[in-house]
Design a protein around this ligand. Structure first.
Ligand SMILES: *Cc1c(COP(=O)(O)O)cnc(C)c1O
Length: 399
């Protein structure tokens, strides 16, 4: 076994060796600029970019011309929301999102709230799911955009995307979804789901960092997004800047692999997750699982260990790379907004660990992790007076 065991696949993933191999020639012999129209270097680069674009489009049941390459999901989310707010000024200034979205959606919304936009944040239940009635009630005549993710990056819960898409279509409101954690876990059909804009990122699906895409629907209806970066008019004027050809080739390869292997891979990963969950459940007392246990991505296991500080737990098992909450919150002192939104107290939120299983994990690693977590949790509880007092109170029936 190789240490530390990597179980933080929601934060990022190892680049698949097949992806690396596919990318390598584009740093050396195939180094052309995809916009160079006068020679073979340029044509070769352009052709490879277009091949990647068609792999991304095919996965989503979209047209290649509807795929815009960006630097990742953060940029895609920014381009989608800012681009719509700007292009739909005539129609309205009301945006609807959800309290458990990624910061790259929530912070854009907060930015617009300061400059005259109105944003409604739909709440979630204790499993992390939105209430469709609450969403419907939030829709107004001046609503222009609904931005709700497919699957959550901390607790894995799936939102009812099909129903959200239907509702938005009926009301003529644009629907954007952050699909970063859902890509490669479930098939996504933007036609069937009535999705107008969709963000994704390569480094969450065994591709390189710094590359992603935004799907922008071209018909039924055509979605007009205002560019947020101006320059040479690349990517249909929506995202200027010389294309990162090696990274785009890597994203294409990562999606091609997923398209072929997703069914088998998700079953494998889900079986590892079930094993880990079962081991924790049967061997450690006073724990709980966050998220919707039946409707969540197969690689997510978010566990609360009563009376245990997650930071201390992680320090006690440094040979296992996991995380508490999201890697994208810079301040460790703040409890996760997602865990707070599903009703946990600050103390409970600070007792949770996210295990993110991936393509390269083995059963052996899962068994080791189960054993190690149990050991460290028990050690920490032994020295925790708060936990002991709580246990005694429970035994006396006065908790
Ligand atoms: C990782 C992540 C992002 C940010 O993606 P980058 O490509 O790193 O900018 C956005 N949304 C979700 C749900 C994520 O998990």
């Amino acid at each position: 076994m190789k240490f530390p065991i990597y179980l933080d696949n929601h934060a990022t993933t190892q680049v698949d060796p097949r992806v690396v191999e596919t990318m390598l020639p584009y740093f050396s012999e195939k180094f052309g600029n995809a916009s160079s129209r006068q020679h073979n270097y340029g044509w070769q680069a352009e052709e490879s970019v277009e091949t990647s674009r068609s792999f991304v489009a095919k996965y989503l049941n979209a047209e290649p011309s509807e795929i815009i390459f960006t630097s990742g999901a953060t940029e895609s989310n920014n381009l989608a929301i800012k681009g719509i707010v700007e292009s739909c000024k005539q129609k309205g200034n009301h945006v609807i999102s959800c309290v458990t979205e990624h910061h790259s959606v929530l912070d854009v919304c907060k930015h617009f709230e300061k400059s005259g936009c109105e944003v409604s944040y739909v709440r979630v239940d204790k499993f992390g799911k939105i209430d469709l009635n609450e969403l419907e009630n939030a829709l107004r005549s001046n609503s222009i955009l609904v931005s709700i993710m497919i699957a959550n990056n901390e607790i894995g819960t799936f939102q009812p995307i099909e129903e959200i898409g239907k509702l938005c279509a009926e009301r003529g409101i644009i629907f954007h979804t952050d699909a970063t954690q859902a890509i490669g876990k479930i098939p996504i059909d933007v036609q069937k789901l009535n999705i107008h804009l969709l963000s994704l990122s390569a480094h969450k699906i065994y591709g390189p960092k710094g590359i992603g895409a935004l799907y922008v629907r071209k018909k039924n209806p055509q979605i007009k997004v205002s560019a947020q970066q101006h320059g040479g008019g690349h990517e249909k004027g929506l995202r200027s800047g010389t294309l990162n050809v090696p990274a785009i080739v890597g994203l294409g390869k990562a999606i091609e692999i997923l398209s072929n292997e997703m069914n088998v891979e998700t079953q494998y990963i889900a079986s590892l997750r079930e094993t880990l969950q079962q081991r924790f459940f049967t061997s450690i007392e006073n724990i709980w699982f966050n998220g919707d246990l039946s409707e969540r991505i197969p690689n997510n296991l978010n566990v609360g260990f009563d009376g245990v500080d997650a930071q201390a737990l992680m320090l006690g098992m440094k040979e296992i790379a996991v995380s508490s909450g999201s890697a994208c919150s810079t301040s460790q002192a703040m409890p996760s907004h997602v865990l707070k939104a599903i009703g946990l107290s600050n103390e409970q939120a600070h007792s949770c660990i996210r295990f993110g299983i991936g393509r390269f994990n083995t059963e052996e690693e899962i068994e080791y992790t189960a054993k190690r977590v149990k050991e460290v949790v028990e050690q920490l509880r032994l020295i925790s007076s708060k936990y002991k007092i709580k246990k005694v109170k429970e035994e006396l029936g006065t908790a």
